[in-house]
Design a protein around this ligand. Structure first.
Ligand SMILES: [Zn+2]
Ligand SMILES: [Zn+2]
Length: 446
């Protein structure tokens, strides 16, 4: 079984595992870790989700067998919960760590803080963080990143100063959290001084993520030339994501000239990501540049890139429900569509205007624009609203980044229903509360 797990043959390993009569904790743990690893390798798609739930299932079986989990079990299942945005399961595991006395373990404590942060439950994360006896650099970093992702910039920066006072040395990832906190709050001077501190005081060389934070900040503030200057200053090739940020910024601030220039630079890299092409297609399409639209489409065919694999998942109790755009395959589809129509209608009366986005098809079809009304996250949110108690937050995971329309719609829905809506897409965490999103509205690139 270990051999199969090592080689990544999870099914064969599972078969042997199912046949073993008396199992040691090590065997249980390696099977859980095996599924968790498959989930990591699968990236952000449906199979990742399934492997994650398989890991949680084995954990449930372990509990039923009467055996006591240890710190390896806890840290693996908590990591799985963070990836799945499975807060309910995470809370149950939290309760168990208290019962079994593992809560005081630093590895388990850190995994808990991380899980709550990734699930968008900042209050619980910060409570778990405060309760830790000893804090490592990783737990500090996780909490700083958590605050910053939720748009709590002041708290993130305060915690960073506390961390320095406590004599803990920050690393590369800590600074990503710090810079992104400054970026979200538009604190240019602070961002630049932390950027300097990182290099001078801590001798940390800036990587792509640090530049992305700074460029994101300038773009949010509409300082596109400053953003572009920073890109030119980087001593390595800017990534697809960096160009995408600049292009999205040019689009929303109406500087198309720079946008087109950035697009040319980006196309020279021969991007590998379908999302990048969709962004470009949207830009050319809204500017009416048909020649460029067909040029980009041709490149996509040459790079053999298909449609966007748009999926959204929501877990309710112990089950996962997945949605594709325009999905009608659910048992309750009729009901879901009816209430979605209703929500769209109510949102419109509050001022919501739906936006069209582009759907990329493999063929040379003329149809370039399609309705965004039934995008996967809209269906998942609606299903979540129907299937959970009135005050429960809605947590959705999405395989690609959100489009502007769904982003806008989610803001209205959080206002209409007075529910928290948390969506983790392929690039960011969005937490919608009372009509506002934690990403400061700059997370929806399409
Ligand atoms: Zn959408
Ligand atoms: Zn957002």
């Amino acid at each position: 079984m270990y051999l199969y797990l090592k080689g990544g043959w999870i099914r064969d390993a599972q078969k042997l595992f199912d046949g073993i009569e008396t199992m040691s904790l090590v065997t249980w743990n390696s099977m859980i870790a095996g599924h968790a690893q498959v989930m990591d390798l699968a990236g952000n798609d449906l199979s990742a989700y399934r492997s994650g739930y398989e890991a949680l299932n084995i954990y449930l079986k372990l509990n039923r067998s009467g055996m006591k989990p240890d710190l390896f079990t806890f840290s693996s299942v908590l990591t799985v919960c963070s990836r799945l945005v499975a807060l309910e399961q995470g809370e149950q595991i939290h309760a168990q760590t208290i019962k079994t006395g593992f809560l005081s373990d630093v590895v388990v404590g850190t995994a808990l803080v991380n899980m709550y942060n990734k699930c968008g439950s900042i209050e619980n994360a910060s409570k778990a963080f405060v309760e830790m006896d000893t804090r490592t650099m990783i737990s500090w970093t996780s909490m700083i990143t958590g605050f910053s992702q939720q748009g709590w910039s002041q708290q993130a920066l305060q915690l960073f100063e506390d961390m320095r006072l406590a004599g803990v040395r920050p690393n590369q990832i800590t600074f990503v959290g710090v810079l992104s906190a400054c970026s979200q709050a538009g604190m240019v001077n602070e961002a630049l001084s932390y950027f300097k501190m990182m290099q001078k005081e801590y001798k940390i060389k800036p990587v792509m993520d640090h530049f992305a934070c700074l460029i994101d900040m300038f773009v949010r503030l509409g300082q596109l030339n400053e953003a572009f200057d920073f890109i030119k200053k980087m001593d390595f090739e800017p990534s697809e994501f960096i160009w995408s940020l600049l292009i999205a910024g040019c689009r929303s601030h109406g500087n198309l000239e720079l946008g087109f220039y950035a697009a040319e630079q980006l196309l020279e890299l021969k991007p590998k990501d379908t999302e990048t092409y969709v962004l470009l297609l949207n830009m050319y399409l809204s500017a009416g540049k048909w020649k460029d639209v067909s040029r980009v489409r041709k490149m996509m065919r040459e790079e053999k890139l298909g449609k966007l694999q748009d999926w959204s998942w929501i877990s309710i109790k112990d089950k996962v429900y997945s949605f594709k755009p325009n999905d009608k395959s659910h048992f309750h589809s009729g009901h879901i569509y009816k209430s979605l129509e209703n929500l769209l209608h109510q949102a419109k009366s509050l001022g919501y205007v739906s936006l069209e986005t582009l759907e990329v098809t493999d063929e040379d079809e003329e149809k370039t624009s399609s309705s965004t009304a039934y995008h996967s996250e809209k269906l998942a949110i609606t299903f979540g609203l129907l299937s959970t108690p009135n005050t429960a937050p809605i947590r959705v995971t999405k395989s690609v980044f959100m489009c502007r329309d769904c982003h806008n719609f989610s803001k209205f829905i959080s206002l209409l229903t007075a529910r928290e809506i948390i969506i983790r897409d392929s690039k960011r965490l969005h937490k919608f509360v009372n009509g506002r999103c934690s990403c400061g509205d700059f997370g929806a690139l399409l």
